[in-house]
Design a protein around this ligand. Sequence first.
Ligand code: PLP
Length: 430
Amino acid sequence: MAGPVPWHLLPENSSVGSKGQLMIAGCDTLELAAEFGTPVFAYDEEHLRARCREAVAAFGSHATYATKAFLCGAMAKLAHEEGMSLDVATGGELHLALAAGVPADRLVMHGNNKSVAELAMALEAGVGRIVVDAFEELDRIEQLVAGGTTNPNEAPQKVLLRVTPGVEAHTHEFISTGQDDSKFGFTVSTGVAAAAVERAKASESVELVGIHAHIGSQVFRAESFAEAVSVLGAFAQPFGLPELVIGGGLGVAYVEGEEAPTISQWSKIVLDGAAAAGITASIGVEPGRSIAAAAAVTLYTVGVRKDLAGIRTYVAVDGGMSDNPRPVLYGSGYESCLARAVEAPRPLPARVVGKHCESGDLLVRDGHLPDDLALDDILATPVTGAYGHSMGSNYNKVLRPPVVFCRDGDARLVVRRETYDDLLLTDLGF
Ligand SMILES: Cc1ncc(COP(=O)(O)O)c(C=O)c1O
């Protein structure tokens, strides 16, 4: 018999309303569902801001928000207002951040296999840093500069080199990136990374300012970061570069029983590790998930309940893998609860599934819900603020949900729901 949804999985400014319903930052989630429809991503804005501030308190302007976790105009502005730089990994993320008014010099251009067009965009915009992932990217930058494409201040573009430090993060195979067998970066153990440093230093088109590594995502073991810092420190120190960026990857708790270090605890381990290794370079980080994941819940409407005798109960909602592909991609676990009774025990074992034409389309594989779950109930899945909206799709031509920022009892629509006509915008076949 499962108890109520663990309170610490809900956004920081959650409370229980007078009828037992879930409130987020003073907003009644049942009213949010009625006003904006479902599915809807409901964020606690102050939670997002607090996490940004926590990162900035530890790392100053070297705290960089990884926008891939969750990006829209309001989020880009929020992270910038709170003092973070922004990591953009594609031309699309770069375009959005610039459109939101984030100054280019506060942007860090990431990505493996950056195209000539993306590098040209980054140079012309005047991004603060480009993190170079491969020799081919150095070639492309040099060719662009030779052809007259430079950043607005006409100084050599500041770059970091992404290296793989040989640290295997204890996480899902597809999101661990620091081990030698990786598509990312230059390998330290084989000497390729050192050769890349020499190559970048010799280039007149770039100014090499630092070394970068990202060991993986959803990493709970803080020791993995300490290990990465010391390996990186040993590699980077002889080059005397001013910056060392340790990437993102701090894990968050998604389900009952999971616990993750806070950003402050993580930063202490990273900075203590750096000091112990005698690293004099400034240390930067790129948190994404730990900023955004726990700040939001997704609200859905229950459309079908099937009690399959002797097998299980299926609860079908009006979203699915198009708004949260993580369960399908990684087998990720989530909790669920009813918005009208957030403190209710959840004795009913249930699988929460979506509305897509796939048996694998599930949101909560082994969930628990209150017994009296009924049609049209509003179901909430906590910790869906990262890699949900951003990884979403239009599969089955399902409309992408809106995003609402809640603060002091006000609900601000920051991304509207797609319309059926939006689906026709890029289609020339009519
Ligand atoms: C280079 C880089 N930095 C930062 C991040 C953000 O990681 P997380 O959201 O786990 O903090 C990622 C995620 O893939 C990444 O590849």
